[in-house]
Design a protein around this ligand. Structure first.
Ligand code: ADP
Ligand code: MG
Length: 486
């Protein structure tokens, strides 16, 4: 562990390159399916394999998805965009080159707002977002001398989101990735699953003396399959780079790989033996013109963005920031909650149900809300029963809600009747109970009148007991005050 003083001497700088697999049905330059998990080499047309005489044909959806992301990130959309060849030799790259975008990427500039745990908001500047094709997968089976190659993934459309070197802590990088994941999921252009490789991240890390004008030499870390590991890899590089500088050793520009089990990184290749990619314009694809009408129709098909939904929940439903940010953390929850709010006007109570019982249930059963067995109408009915004083909040949350989870087919009112939970909020039927309680506790009533107001809880307890827990506390309190102070 480095001392805080040493860490404070240097500024950490991070730039991320995030690849997101686009959820188009077919590949970016061929009609093969992009489905995941099929038997190896079942989605490989001659185009995907780059056989001689074949030509790539651009998938329009892929362009539209990339533009949606660009709009969501406030990028400038390139109206005349084109593709380039990036040449390198690797067994899982069927053509010996990757079709990507170098000179005229589809989106330029832009920024992504992030919110850090301490409530500080920041904007992460983007360099660009470009389109490219994914490679296949090399498979190394234990005990097998040969490497096997599965080309199913080859040609799957990717966007690569490249940030400027502007993030200053692993927390910022973590928050940025969270925002990207949220955005692609709201836009429904990528499933955002990092474990399955639909979202991948390379982290570029450097350190420089605080106040220095020039950035330090960077290293690039690859192969991290979770947000947590990106965080850990950056933390590790941060310390490693400072240690190198402090011990007078040079920093080598290199690509490193992070091992999550040891928490350490090791060199994969240095910049010197990096390929010269010999980029040149892809001769088999014509440049793409994004017309005004096309751009307009993409804009009009944009779903509500997370930050827009967040703002609407605050403005329209009057919710606190905290609630709005919890509710918009995932699109599924946000949409479900929105549906609930069309059936109740007690939005704050609806939000409390989401943040409390519903959240716990989802966590306990390890399910997402699309598999939640209780409908939003049941929750709204429950809210109404409580608000009308028909059942107490505790009966609603501790007795009725668990019954709803059992999917008995009953509505909350039916459950309330079956379990005998309907509160007595009728003054005329509660009055005799309150009178009886006061009569049985004459001396306590005297003390109360003499100023010992703390006895109210005792009276309330008695009324609850004698009504078998069914007295509406509001009505009971009112009657107690009225009769005690008579
Ligand atoms: P390369 O030429 O190695 O591909 P680029 O300038 O294209 O480098 O940047 C690639 C990524 O590395 C970008 O995300 C960028 O923000 C990041 N980056 C560039 N320089 C630094 C640096 N000194 N420290 C941290 N990240 C950096
Ligand atoms: Mg790249």
């Amino acid at each position: 562990m480095l001392s805080e003083a040493l860490k404070n001497k240097y500024q950490l700088i991070i730039g991320l390159e995030v690849h997101a697999q686009l959820q188009t049905e077919s590949k970016i330059f061929a009609s093969d399916s992009t489905a995941y998990g099929n038997l190896p080499n079942n989605q490989i047309s001659p185009i995907t394999l780059g056989h001689p005489g074949t030509l790539p044909k651009l998938n329009k959806k892929a362009i539209e998805f990339a533009i949606k992301m660009g709009i969501a990130c406030d990028c400038e959309i390139t109206r005349n965009t084109s593709f380039d060849r990036k040449n390198y030799f690797y067994p899982d790259l069927p053509k010996g080159y990757q079709i990507t975008q170098d000179k005229a990427p589809i989106c330029v500039g832009g920024e992504v707002p992030i919110l850090l745990a301490d409530g500080i908001a920041k904007k992460v500047k983007l360099n660009r977002i470009h389109l490219e094709e994914d490679a296949g997968k090399s498979i190394h089976l234990a005990g097998e001398p040969d490497t096997l190659v599965d080309f199913n993934r080859a040609g799957t459309p990717l966007i690569e989101i490249v940030t400027e070197p502007v993030m200053q802590s692993p927390e910022e990088a973590y928050a940025f990735l969270g925002e990207i994941k949220k955005l692609v999921k709201y836009l429904e252009i990528c499933d955002g699953n990092m474990e399955e490789g639909s979202l991948r991240c390379d982290a570029n890390v450097s350190v420089m003396l605080k106040g220095a004008k020039e950035l330090g030499k960077k290293v690039e870390v690859k192969n991290m399959n979770s947000f947590r590991n990106v965080f850990r890899a950056i933390e590790h590089e941060h310390e490693r780079l400072i240690e190198l500088i402090e011990s007078g050793k040079p920093i080598i520009s290199e690509t490193r790989t992070f091992d999550p089990t040891t928490g350490l990184s090791s060199s994969m290749r240095t910049k010197e033996d990096l390929n010269d990619y010999r980029y040149f314009p892809e001769p088999d694809l014509s440049p793409v013109h994004v017309s005004e009408e096309w751009l307009k129709s993409i804009k009009s098909s944009m779903p509500e963005l997370p930050r827009e939904m967040y703002q609407r929940f605050i403005n329209e439903y009057g919710l606190p920031d905290y609630d709005a940010s919890f509710l918009t953390e995932s699109k599924e929850i946000a949409v479900w909650f929105d549906g609930l709010c069309s059936k109740t006007t007690n939005y704050k109570s609806a939000s409390n149900w989401m943040m409390g019982p519903v959240k716990s249930t989802l966590k306990e059963l390890d399910i997402t809300i699309d598999r939640f067995q209780v409908g939003s109408s049941s929750i709204s009915e429950l809210i109404a029963l409580i608000d009308e004083g028909k059942v107490s909040f505790s009966a609603g949350s501790q007795k009725i809600y668990p019954e709803l989870l059992k999917s008995t087919g009953e509505n909350p009112m039916e459950i309330a009747h079956r379990l005998n939970l309907i509160q007595e909020s009728d003054e005329s039927s509660l009055r005799p109970i309150v009178e009886k309680v006061i009569a049985e506790n004459e001396s306590k009533a005297k003390e109360f009148r003499a100023g010992k107001k703390g006895l109210m809880a005792m009276f309330m307890g008695q009324v609850m007991k004698q009504s078998q827990g069914k007295a509406d506390p509001k009505v009971a309190t009112k009657l107690l005050i009225e009769l005690l102070e008579k």
